[in-house]
Write a protein that binds this ligand. Sequence first.
Ligand code: NAP
Length: 248
Amino acid sequence: MELQGKAALVTGAAMGIGRAIAERMVAEGAQVLLCDVVDDLGEQAASEIRGAGGHAAYLHLDVTNPQAHAIAVAHAEALFGWLDIAVNNAGISGEFRKTAEHTPETWRQVIDINLSGVFLGVRAQIPALLRRGGGSIVNISSILGQVGHPDLAPYVAAKHGVVGLTRTVALEYGRQRVRCNAVGPGFIWTRLIDNVPEEGRRGLAELHALDRLGEAREVAELVSFLASDRASFLTGNYYAADGGYLSR
Ligand code: NAP
């Protein structure tokens, strides 16, 4: 129970990696506010966690909306009394196109959610963590926050940006006991992968040293650890949960 007594907020928590993070944190004793734009699945996730004896609630939060972040933080503080942990996880892949074929709109959509959404999140979360006397922010980047990938320029740029933002926040607030780290998942079994045909999945699996795709719960383990006091000297860094993808 490494997160006993802690209060956490997770964005993009209705499904996939975000839901697994919320579940892991609850299993470690945290109270968690799940946030997403897919309200039926978000409500269902929170209700299933409560049904299993955990403490969880759901709130609609579009990460591109600055006011919605302030409301979510206030909601978490009202529900739990304080906020210790924030996980900025919501993200989309965007369209697959060569860079010159991306439009300002396809670029902006991914940057707005995957990068500006994280900025707006930490901007609203930091004051709450300071009120609490410290805390931990974990921003979900990607292996594509370290290396390039054809046809995904907005995604790759946003995920690299998340790493730079994370390091900067860590430098700015470390003295006030706010830690900030980025996690870079490899290719993980989520709805994203469901749409890839069988041979495509095999090809993706082969890019990982472990010769398989990851599972959301394997990313959640790392995020939960970084959020916990066991990671008390870890800040300003990028940690891959990538089955060895970045080793090649
Ligand atoms: P997912 O299964 O699609 O879940 C992401 C959730 O975020 C969805 O519920 C999605 O709703 C929601 N979301 C999208 N836009 C949002 C917004 N504006 N505000 C709030 N929520 C929003 O994706 P995932 O695979 O778990 O990915 C989670 C994070 O991990 C993302 O940041 C992703 O880039 C990163 N990641 C994933 C992989 C992978 O292989 N799966 C690899 C590396 C990094 P919608 O259904 O409406 O989109």
